[in-house]
Design a protein around this ligand. Structure first.
Ligand SMILES: *Cc1c(COP(=O)(O)O)cnc(C)c1O
Length: 449
């Protein structure tokens, strides 16, 4: 039986793991930054490698006994270099946010100017948003998307010429179209900036040949390993040939910023799991997977629109879709997220271009196909899921955020009670369960009752 030692040592925790497994198995996981790793990845990350301290880098550690850890870390970084065709890769960052921070401190001093896409337009917190340290330690000049939802390259070029940023970020968390690496390389070269591609969301699509690689256009690439790349939670920083030309010491500077600058001992069990995921991502089956992720997203966007929903930019080039709920009213994201949740479909509320409500009560829904594609779902299922979304969202079309904010808690409480009794949502929930049963997840993992 799986996790039996956890059950013996900590029955309370074991119950929570069991419940979470059922939640993952019986629902449609459609948060675009999530995925289901292979059991091989989980076994590596659950291994004895968690026991070892290895501050430093292969061949130059502060601790003894690292002859095998050195081999594991070298394996991971060599695989990263080969897969993404770069001369340098650091696989030690604990996650995407610290990886991005390390890039800042390798290149910039506090107070330097930086540019990234505004958070409410699809950028990431760590690209200079005001509540992130990156928006406080640096002078952040955000660029935006146009009314049609595409990146405003003209504005970005103008801002770069005017403010001469040290770093420009190209890479997004809520942008459904191809990332404009080539266009930004002209902007960055003209203004002398370092161009950093943050491909956290699309790394698996790049590896699988479904999205243009940034490598010919940018100086540095950062990515998480747990999104479309389908690895464990973790991140990598890569320097391209173009980056090495701009500063031959850039790799060394990044190494030093990670340790001793920001981190202590690397998480060797995660590094090992990253190595497994990178090997998996280099196989023909992964190319097939990446292709299906995008075909599914396109089919799902078509189905959503056929069922009367509006999507930002009328579709997608990637794994990600943004539903714009403003045709039904402002700030409906929270209601739609919770109605879908009650039906067993997990998504997140999100701002849309020209958001008329607020970042906390936005008017959109963000969704994606990486996780359900890993389960084996294809276009026929996408057609059905589009209809299920429309049915669930139809239940909340008449909702509205109360004008007076103080009335909100009571309003939401009443709304939530209504969700529990909603017959239509119960029907959608039953259809979701029926569909998930046809695409079993982690059949190998058997837990006690
Ligand atoms: C997810 C993401 C990150 C942050 O990753 P964490 O592992 O959550 O810290 C950074 N940048 C982008 C574009 C992302 O999508």
């Amino acid at each position: 039986m799986w996790y039996d030692k956890v059950r013996d040592a900590d029955p309370e925790l074991y119950e929570y793991i069991k419940s979470e497994l059922s939640r993952q198995q019986d629902g449609l996981e459609m948060i675009p930054s999530e995925n289901f790793t292979s059991i091989a990845v989980m076994q590596a990350s659950g291994s004895i490698l968690t026991n070892k301290y290895s501050e430093g880098y292969p061949g130059r550690r502060y601790y003894g006994g690292n002859e095998f850890i050195d081999k594991i870390e070298t394996l991971a970084s060599e695989r990263a270099k080969k897969l993404f065709k770069v001369p340098y890769a650091n696989v030690q960052p604990y996650s995407g946010s610290p990886a991005n921070l390390a890039v800042y401190f390798a290149i910039c001093k506090p107070g330097d100017t930086i540019m990234g896409l505004d958070l409410t337009h699809g950028g990431h917190l760590t690209h200079g948003w005001k509540t992130s340290v990156t928006g406080q330690a640096f002078r952040s000049i955000p660029y935006h998307v146009k009314k049609d939802g595409s990146i405003d390259l003209e504005e970005a070029g103008k801002l770069a010429r005017e403010h001469k940023p040290k770093i420009i970020w190209v890479g997004y968390t809520a942008y459904p179209r191809e990332f404009p690496f080539e266009e930004f390389s002209k902007i960055a070269d003209e203004s002398g900036a370092y161009l950093v591609a943050d491909i956290s969301h699309i790394a698996g699509l790049v590896a699988g040949g479904m999205h243009k690689s940034p490598v010919d256009y940018v100086h540095v690439v950062t990515t998480t390993t747990h999104k479309t790349l389908r690895g464990p939670r973790g991140a990598m920083i890569m320097v391209t040939d173009k980056g090495m030309e701009k500063d031959p010491d850039l790799g060394k500077k990044i190494d030093k910023t990670i340790i001793p600058g920001m981190q202590g001992g690397p998480h060797n069990h995660q590094t090992a799991a990253v190595a497994v995921a990178l090997l998996e991502a280099s196989k023909p089956e992964f190319r097939e997977y990446a292709g299906q992720v995008v075909r599914n997203a396109k089919a799902l966007a078509d189905s959503l629109m056929k069922n009367g929903l509006t999507t930002v930019t009328n579709g997608t080039d990637t794994h990600l879709i943004l539903i714009d709920l403003t045709p039904f009213g402002k700030g409906l994201g929270i209601f739609a997220e919770e109605a879908l949740g009650a039906a067993g479909i997990t998504v997140n509320k999100n701002t849309i271009p020209n958001e008329q409500s607020s970042a906390f009560y936005p008017s959109g829904i963000r969704l994606g196909t990486p996780a359900i594609t890993t389960r084996g779902m294809k276009e026929p299922e996408m057609e059905i899921i589009g209809g299920l979304f429309a049915e669930a969202i139809n239940q909340v079309r008449e909702e509205h955020l109360p004008e007076n904010k103080e009335e909100l808690p009571a309003y939401l409480e009443k709304f939530r009670r209504g969700l529990k009794e909603n017959q239509k949502l119960k029907e959608v929930r039953a259809r979701v369960v029926e569909m998930t049963r046809r695409f079993p997840l982690y059949r190998e993992i058997e837990l006690s009752r």
